[in-house]
Design a protein around this ligand. Sequence first.
Ligand code: 13P
Length: 216
Amino acid sequence: MDFQKIREQVIEASLDLQRKQLIRGTSGNITIRTGDPDLIAITPTSIPYEKLTPDMIPIVDLKGRQVEGSCKPSSELPMHLAILKARPDVGAVVHTHSRFATVLSILGIDLPIVTIPLMLYAPSPAPLVPFKLPGSAELGEAAVRYLGENGTGLLLEHHGLVAVGADIDKAMTAAEYIEEGAEIAYYCQLAAGKIDAIPDDKVEELRRILESGRAL
Ligand code: 13P
């Protein structure tokens, strides 16, 4: 199987996260399922994103064995694999150390539905996962537990965010909206000492509008 296209997608998505300032340095990582149900492509560990070339991108099986790629997989491989094994509907996982998601996680706040885009991820856009060591199996287990069957996002305490989607575009969009929501929630907390979520009845109304096919 030729993994060139999927490897290019991993690089493109990484550079996009960097342009959007969701990742800095070598923090953050991405996985995308390849066409083979047992194989994923993942960012390598500790390589600056602008230096990545397709041949460097590791291809790894669901047991964590590397089958191709000149670089070692991300240290967060256990978390990515745990999520991809638990959620067959997920085609891509994005993990960032983005600023406002991290701030909110340190304040100990689950991200509520504070903006209209976040209602796409109702009822809970990004619950807070208590601190676990990066790269640990415990972090992967906790991520799976807090995502549940339908979750799209997580805040990782003192760490950042995780966003998942059916494909890389959806996972990237979720990461952007979660970070934007975290920023808005933080400023509300700063200005008013509270974060008001959109009331449940309004979320219901918005859902009906969305289901009618109108964009919000
Ligand atoms: P990697 O460079 O190994 O992906 O680790 C960075 C990171 O984001 C850890 O959470």
